[in-house]
Design a protein around this ligand. Structure first.
Ligand SMILES: [Mn+2]
Length: 336
């Protein structure tokens, strides 16, 4: 594992921490914690391109994290990009980041894309890390910086969220969590309370509709499910996995904008070696206008000029192609 510059060597700088567009809990929590660490010796601001996801917005409010949506950061001399490593994840702020001539760093745990956002010596991408928050924890530790209670609680929250409540945790995740709970003087229940977002009525209906409208496929010994939803694609795909799918794709193509979210169970990732980002959502860009990426078990696609139903079927076809590498004579059959 290699780290960037020691955090204690960043001093007297005017820093902008930049998350991906639609910042999630891991992104905003890593920015919040890093800001608490760096503001001892620097001036620090947080930028979120375009919009912030609801759970992240609620966490930011509870934790008192100040951020600006798509601000101008011309006065900064240093920027640190958090929780993304491709241009399409930063939306409308991409040109400003490309044009920025000061120091740039990048810390991320997504599958590495072919884009180079900052000089490679300042790029730290660790796809095995469950969360950007655990990378910030390791960065602070290797820089011999003691975390305050608030920063520790934020990092614990980000790790909990991005590990899907430890479903994809490894030994390092629990070691870090144990130390973070101790540093923050928190019980795990307090971290859960910190993260809790009451699902609103429309969201519950959307999940139930996703299940009702689903098409179910047998893919060898795996179950793949696709569903066209009006909104909440990611939550719908998660819900479909929770009720039994190994692979779930939820999408919509309203207003000519195509959005698809995919989730894969541990079992299909392990047994079939399927990586949603590499095998499904990046190749999807060859068939439909737009681009995709993410993680092996959770990824997505943003595009246009295509119907969700066609793109969802293509996701199943690409999954089949990937699984067929390990499972010869793979049969695809729809349950009707
Ligand atoms: Mn993340």
């Amino acid at each position: 594992m290699r780290y960037l510059i020691s955090l204690s060597n960043i001093k007297n700088k005017n820093i902008f921490l930049i998350t991906h567009s639609g910042a999630d809990v891991d992104a905003i929590a890593s920015a919040g914690a890093l800001s608490l660490i760096l503001e001892e010796n620097n001036s620090v601001q947080i930028a979120v391109p375009e919009h912030i996801a609801i759970p992240a917005k609620k966490l930011a409010k509870k934790a008192g994290i100040n951020y600006k949506i798509s601000p101008n950061f011309g006065q900064a001399d240093t920027i640190i990009l958090l929780d993304f490593n491709s241009w399409d994840m930063v939306g409308g702020m991409a040109p400003a980041i490309k044009a920025f001539s000061g120091k740039k760093y990048l810390v991320d745990h997504h599958t590495k894309s072919s884009d180079q956002l900052v000089p490679s010596k300042n790029t730290w991408v660790e796809a095995e890390a469950v969360a950007t928050c655990i990378m910030i924890y390791n960065w602070a530790k290797s820089s011999k910086i003691a975390l305050g209670k608030e920063a520790a609680a934020l990092l614990a929250a980000g790790i909990t969220a991005d590990s899907a409540h430890f479903l994809i945790a490894d030994a390092n995740t629990f070691l870090a969590m144990s130390e973070l709970l101790r540093m923050g003087e928190n019980k795990f229940s307090q971290i859960l309370e910190f993260l809790r977002v009451e699902r609103d009525f429309s969201e519950k209906i959307a999940m139930l509709k996703a299940a009702k409208r689903s098409r179910i496929f047998k893919l060898g010994n795996f179950i793949a499910v696709i569903s066209e939803v009006g909104a909440f694609e990611a939550d719908s795909a998660n819900a479909l996995i929770r009720i039994g799918a190994d692979l779930a794709f939820a999408g919509n193509s309203e207003n000519n904008e195509l959005k698809i979210s995919g989730r894969a169970s541990q079992s299909v990732q392990k047994k079939a070696g399927l990586d949603l980002a590499k095998d499904v959502f990046q190749p999807l860009g060859k068939f439909f206008e737009g681009s995709g990426g993410g993680h092996a078990g959770a990824a997505g696609f943003n595009g246009k000029n295509a119907s969700a139903s066609k793109a969802l079927l293509k996701c199943v076809e690409l999954s089949k192609k990937s699984i067929a590498r390990k499972v010869p004579k793979l049969q695809l059959k729809e349950y009707t």
